[in-house]
Structure formats: structure tokens, C-alpha cells
Design a protein around this ligand. Structure first.
Ligand code: KIV
Ligand code: ZN
Length: 385
């Protein structure tokens, strides 16, 4: 089965999200968990950006053995040298160099001509390849770049020694059909593309990062980049847990595999949320508090008869503990009586009816009915003659 590498950038692109600031100890804890989760590559930071980032990348590079560790660098000698100092102790030193290729970035940010950008990229990749066995080159804002220019510059950086080519949708502007088509175009037009890994990197500004990443996989991407819980600049990066579960649940369509241990998803997500302080929205796909909650009576009835009526993913798959069905004002009699039995109450049909009437009144007033509320309701009926 075709294998997809998972490049995690929670500690670099994820940490760029507004309001997040992880210290070295927290980064190390997250890196340990990412290794356990089975990600292929951990982007541990941007060594030249600050002494703190340098320190974290160096420690993670020296500690992690089962994932490759990388750091980000601008296309300049000083960044590459600093990154080498941080990463030289890694099992398999890997460097991630980026340089923008879209007209707007080249003209207004870099203030360089396309020819100058090609020269800078080639020089940087050549220099890095002398130090690092693995060099990834990213065409920042690739999606808004001229396609023919992209082919030209990628041809040259592959010749200069790049081992992975990353094609980011930096501003989250792509649609799935367009992003997929770009991968197909690059596969068909870049010389030597079969010798390198082709990578997707999607941002979620239009809420399409997951669909775009999947479209890239369908069109030949060998690696995908993302973060845990979809953390990242602005609306964030693609959430790795979503890609992992899509590829698993819809193996029938995509037919690819990863090295991820899906039962580590919940733990990884909770750790990242706890250490970054970024709360996960309750209805977040896969890891939200309500992702497996069924409140309406009709759904609960179906679930009690056969879980597959409304459940395409089991909580066990992602290592979540199975929560009992949430009871609220939409819940039905079946789920209510089922809960009474689970909680050890043996109520007659009449008493159960009375308790159900009281429960509905309470549920109209209270958003969440707790185990304690139910206990009082059931006990009330049990002691009444
Ligand atoms: O979104 C982006 O373009 C990036 C690059 C640095 C790869 O994060
Ligand atoms: Zn990014």
C-alpha cells in the first residue's frame, strides 16, 4: 500500500499562532508524544529565530530517535549554519529551507526578481546539502505562484540536491480541485520529481485545509504537513488527526497508509491543548468533546440498537474513553431507562415515567444533566411508595 509521510509542524507553524508561547520543557513533552504518535518528521522550531528556539530544537534533535527532527531556515547561509549546530546531533539531520515564489511575495516582500529568487534558492539548497543528508525546500505561497515558474525553480533545486519539495498553500486560498490539479501538473512537468518527496502544506483560511490535503494525496503527494488540533497562523494549519482518521476510515477510496498510531490521537490532542492553552471547540472533528456525543432521542435510540446507525468512528479508535450517551432535553425514554439500569436502578414502568417527566422539566432549565442530577431523580422514585 502507498505510504504517506506525516510532517508535524505543531512546534513551528503551530506555535506561530497568536497567543501561543511554549517553553523548552513543554516543547520536549509535546515532541515525545509526537514520536509516540508515530509522526515521520517533527519540525521542532526555527533555530535562527531565537536562542529559545535553538535550544528546543537542539534538545529535541538529540532526544528523539523514532521520528526525523527538522528545523526551519530562511534561504541564507547564516540560518543554515545555525540550524546545523542545532540539528547535527539528530539521528538523520533534516533541514527545511523556504523561499517565496509568488509574484506578490517576490516583488513586495523579498524585493527580488524571479531570476534572483532562483539563484538564492539554488545556492541555499546546494550549501545545505553539503551538511544535511535530507533537505526539504518549500516554495512559500506556491499556490499563488506562476505554475511555469514553479516548475523552473523546482527543477533547479532538485538538481541542487533537495530531497523533498513542499508546495504550500500559505494563505489558505486554494480549493480542492485546484490544489489537486497543481500536484498533478508538477508530477507531470518537473524533471526528476520521482526522485524526491512531494509534500502538501495547507492552511485553513477558507476551511478547506483538510479537503485540499486529501486532494493533494489523491494527486500524488508523498508527504503531508499539519499540526495537532489544527493550530497555526490565522485560521491554522490542517489538523493531522483529521487526515489520519480520513485516510483510515476511507481506506476504500484512498488506499494509503501512514505510521500513525491512531489510539494516541486523543492523548496528543489533549496534551497540546493543555500546554498551549488553546481550548478545542466542542464540535471539532475527531477530538472535540462532542465528537462522539449523541443527544437527540432518535439518535440515542439508534445507537442503543446498533452503534453503527450514527457512529462512523469509534472513540476507541482514537484512544478516547467511551462517554455514556449525553442526556439532555432532546433525549428519549429509551436512553433514559437504559441509563437508569446502567446506574443500578430497577424502577417500575410507572416510576420510570414519573422520573422521565421530572427529567424533561429539569432539562428545560439546565443545559447539561449531570450524573448527580440523574442519581437524585432515580433515587427519588425508588424511595417513593
Ligand atoms: O505556510 C507556509 O508557507 C509555511 C512555510 C514556511 C513552509 O509555513
Ligand atoms: Zn505554514
Amino acid at each position: 500500500m502507498r505510504k504517506i509521510d506525516i510532517f508535524d509542524t505543531t512546534l513551528r507553524d503551530g506555535e506561530q499562532a497568536a497567543g501561543i508561547n511554549l517553553n523548552t520543557a513543554e516543547k520536549i513533552e509535546i515532541a515525545r508524544q509526537l514520536e509516540k504518535f508515530g509522526v515521520t518528521i517533527i519540525e521542532a522550531g526555527f533555530p535562527a529565530s531565537s536562542p529559545g528556539d535553538f535550544d528546543a530544537v537542539q534538545r529535541i534533535a538529540n532526544m528523539v530517535k523514532n521520528s526525523t527532527v527538522t528545523g526551519l531556515a530562511r534561504a541564507m547561509k547564516s540560518d543554515i549554519d545555525r540550524s546545523w549546530d542545532a540539528l547535527r546531533g539528530a539521528e538523520q539531520p533534516h533541514l527545511h529551507i523556504f523561499l517565496a515564489t509568488s509574484p506578490i511575495h517576490m516583488e513586495h516582500k523579498l524585493m527580488k526578481t524571479p531570476d534572483q529568487v532562483v539563484d538564492i534558492a539554488v545556492e541555499a539548497v546546494k550549501y545545505a546539502s553539503k551538511l544535511f543528508p535530507l533537505v526539504q525546500w518549500s516554495a512559500e505561497d506556491a499556490f499563488r505562484s506562476d505554475k511555469e515558474f514553479l516548475v523552473r525553480i523546482i527543477n533547479q533545486v532538485i538538481r541542487a540536491g533537495a530531497t523533498t519539495i513542499n508546495v504550500p498553500d500559505t494563505v489558505g486560498y486554494a480549493t480542492p480541485a485546484e490544489y489537486g490539479a497543481l500536484f498533478k501538473y508538477l508530477k507531470e512537468n518537473v524533471t526528476g520529481i520521482e526522485k524526491v518527496k512531494l509534500s502538501a502544506h495547507c492552511h485553513d483560511d477558507l476551511g478547506m485545509a483538510t479537503a485540499n490535503t486529501i486532494a493533494a494525496i489523491e494527486n500524488g503527494a508523498d508527504q503531508i504537513e499539519g499540526t495537532i488540533n489544527g493550530l497555526g497562523e490565522r485560521a491554522g494549519n490542517v489538523a493531522i488527526e483529521e487526515i489520519a482518521v480520513v485516510l483510515h476510515i476511507r481506506k476504500d477510496i484512498y488506499g494509503v497508509q501512514t505510521d500513525l498510531k491512531l489510539n494516541e490521537i486523543k492523548r496528543t490532542s489533549q496534551l497540546v491543548s493543555q500546554l498551549t492553552g488553546v481550548v478545542i471547540q466542542p464540535n471539532k472533528a475527531i477530538v472535540g468533546k462532542n465528537a462522539f456525543a449523541h443527544e437527540s432521542g432518535i439518535h440515542q435510540d439508534g445507537m442503543l440498537k446498533n452503534r453503527e446507525t450514527y457512529e462512523i468512528i469509534t472513540p476507541e479508535l482514537i484512544g478516547a474513553t467511551v462517554e455514556p450517551l449525553a442526556l439532555g432535553k432532546h433525549s428519549g425514554r429509551h436512553a433514559f431507562s437504559d441509563r437508569a439500569i446502567t446506574m443500578g436502578f430497577d424502577l417500575s414502568a410507572d416510576k420510570l415515567n414519573e422520573a422521565f417527566v421530572e427529567f424533561k422539566k429539569l432539562a428545560d432549565r439546565k443545559k447539561e444533566i449531570t450524573e448527580e442530577d440523574l442519581f437524585i431523580l432515580f433515587t427519588d422514585q425508588q424511595i417513593r411508595y
